[in-house]
Design a protein around this ligand. Structure first.
Ligand SMILES: N=c1c2ncn([C@@H]3O[C@H](COP(=O)(O)OP(=O)(O)OP(=O)(O)O)[C@@H](O)[C@H]3O)c2ncn1[C@@H]1O[C@H](COP(=O)(O)O)[C@@H](O)[C@H]1O
Length: 105
């Protein structure tokens, strides 16, 4: 487990997600030896998909413990891995936003 200290954001949250997605996209051409993201993008499909399930379970366990800092930490892991899934399968943030917007009522 890494650092669980809160670094609360007071800026543009969309820019944070867009920036992270752009870094993940750029890692498509990075060396898998040097980049964890590159390994997830080019390695076995199941390794990435299992990681998403594992991170989702960790969010659930942290939530069951009502552990605020741990939930936030594990949610960060889950969102990062989900963004890697979107990149690997060619789904853009614009598509995701369109999907979410279409559900508004
Ligand atoms: N946001 C992340 C990010 N979040 C999580 N991780 C990695 O995801 C893995 C999570 O695995 P685990 O859950 O097993 O590890 P853990 O969280 O330490 O431990 P537990 O939760 O199991 O207790 C760790 O190796 C983390 O380093 C991330 N790796 C990279 N990024 C971003 O991606 C960028 C590019 O990273 P590289 O590909 O490494 O260059 C970085 O600059 C970051 O912005």
């Amino acid at each position: 487990m890494g650092e669980r200290t809160a670094n609360v954001h007071d800026g543009d949250i969309g820019a944070t997600i867009t920036g992270l997605a752009a870094v993940i996209h750029d890692r498509r051409t990075a060396s898998p030896e040097e980049s964890y993201t590159a390994r997830l993008l080019t390695g076995k499909e199941d390794s990435l998909l299992k990681k998403v399930v594992e991170e989702a379970c960790e969010v659930v366990m942290a939530a069951k413990d009502h552990d605020h800092d741990h939930i936030r930490y594990e949610a960060g892991d889950l969102v990062y891995h989900l963004l890697v899934v979107l990149e690997r399968y060619g789904i853009t943030l614009e598509e995701l936003a369109g999907e979410l917007d279409a559900r508004r009522h």
